[in-house]
Design a protein around this ligand. Sequence first.
Ligand code: CAA
Length: 392
Amino acid sequence: MKVGIDLIHFATSDYFLGMDTFAQEKGIDVNKYYVGIGQEKMSIAPPDEDIVSLAAKAVEPILQAIDRNEITAVLFATETGIDQSKSAGVFLHKLLNLPSRCRMIELKHACYAGAAGLQMATAMVKANTKEKILVIAADIAKYDQNSSGEATQGCGAVGMLITENPRILEIEAGSGYFTDDVMDFWRPNHRNTALVDGKYSTKVYLNSLKQTWDHFTEQTGRVFDDIDYFCYHIPFTKMAEKAHQTLMRKVGSKLEKAHADAKTLPSQIYNRIVGNSYSASLFVGFISLLDNVKDQLDNKRVSFFSYGSGCVAEFFTGVIQPGYEKVLMTESHQQQIDEREELDYQTYVQFYYQTDYAQPNLTLEHFNKGAFRFSGIEDDKRQYSKQATNAE
Ligand code: CAA
């Protein structure tokens, strides 16, 4: 029985900060960002955008393409949780008119939880083919101003519908996984921004790749040349390049650079101009691959390396289904990215750092141009609104 991704759609915020603006403000050569870390822009969430509004924007086009009453569960992966008790999916449930006969759960482990959600949903559908599960990965990557991580922020959400006989990707059985208790990136409950030991985190990421690869090959018997395209977790695109070089060295691949690039670069195009979206990043990369490879991808095998600092990692594969291109939502992805408004440095600071959410009542100024927005807080209860768009 084939189970996997039937539909997939991605959303990001309506604003971005150019790395040229960032570099100028910091007095740093912009090539450190364009070349050194491989980033051109980062999507910036305005104060009235959070993981719920981003997730709603990611998922609504999927729900419009199916009968939303058939959704049996929502697995919502995020590092940027909005409530210590209530899961983000329940806020989404009302906003998107999801059926009451549906389960909601929030999953957490840094950037890894989206992959965990995908694997769990696949297992649930295999156990009961009536299940139609939405896996959502949504995050706003936020570090302290003037910290090493500030240049690697961004935001985004990916919605994936997991069903039997999927139209886009069959998830293959068997994966390699790895856990190690390390402090490379973490966010204590009292903080809005992540703490990171940046250089150390890149080493732990690469070690986790090698560990999961060994386990993956033991579990599946597959080898490097069995994989047509590689998707990595992308905190910044240079990390994915380093990951691929590490894997090629490990397996002794003699693939020429041009061929190696063709297997990895298409999955970095969107991430280079969206930035890090933590749990969503790997899947933004997969969407980038689907939308940007010009050749036919029917029956091609794609690998996924998910890395969540702290750390938990997993390496698995899937096979692209014939006819997949008929259900892609490429136009929506490209339109959202193209229509973002560029911010000056001061507005970026205002958007990211100057709203105090720790108050019982708050009315948020209207910046979010999308159909769904986080409008404020009343008596400590978050408020969301759905607004008519030009398309409606
Ligand atoms: N032209 C070209 N290249 C330049 C340059 C210039 N003018 N100036 C610097 N560079 C190069 C450097 O040589 C360096 O290249 P290498 O990595 O190949 O050595 C690169 O640009 C970065 O320069 P620095 O090492 O000086 O950069 P930094 O000290 O500012 O930190 C970082 C880089 C540690 C990755 C930092 O961005 C960071 O802390 N990021 C957040 C943590 C992170 O994303 N870690 C990734 C692994 S963890 C993970 O994946 C989970 C997650 O999502 C957070």
